[in-house]
Design a protein around this ligand. Sequence first.
Ligand code: E4P
Length: 217
Amino acid sequence: MKLFLDTADINEITDLNKTGMVDGITTNPSLIAKSGRNIIQTIEEICGIVSGPVSAEVTATDYDGMMREGARLAEIASNVTVKLPLTVDGLRACASLSEDNIMVNVTLCFSTAQALLAAKAGASFISPFVGRLDDIGADGMKLISEIAEIYANYDYSTEILVASVRGVQHVVDAALIGADVATIPPKIMSQMYKHPLTDKGLADFLSDWESTGQSIL
Ligand code: E4P
């Protein structure tokens, strides 16, 4: 399973990229706003750090505007994935950009029917938002299962990119279903390393080792 970081924060990306666990990055207009930086410069810098797909989202809502913004974002680097909203114009732009061999991540997916349309439009990635569905009392992970089943039925190559991840269990549940990617906030990637028994076990080993007075080197 691939793990993407869901952030536009260069420091967080630089730090976590050193772990070797970061397969790509997703950003959105809210994350760019939070960074307080220019989108073009930020995406350019991220692409210089991470070699996997880096999603950069358009803000135009009409087909022509999305095509122009998508082309501008795609020219930043070869690993830019143009992120388009799941609307009629967004899926039209998805088909056109995909035909031009530009990777597209279709975002704001909240239903199985929407995911089916995105695959038909040739999206490289579909981003179902599990956390926002859970927030309104729906079952985000059920959506992932249904998309996985339908994509397998028709052998669609669109990758399922689980988005709006709220905790480690979302990542585990997505992996159990066989989702291709989970995009996760930096804090959750750090939490994935943690287990209290690992901390306790290490402390015990180190204290026993100290009592031997030995040194390996
Ligand atoms: C990523 O591609 C999405 O934009 C992001 O995961 C949304 O997360 P949120 O629901 O926490 O804003």
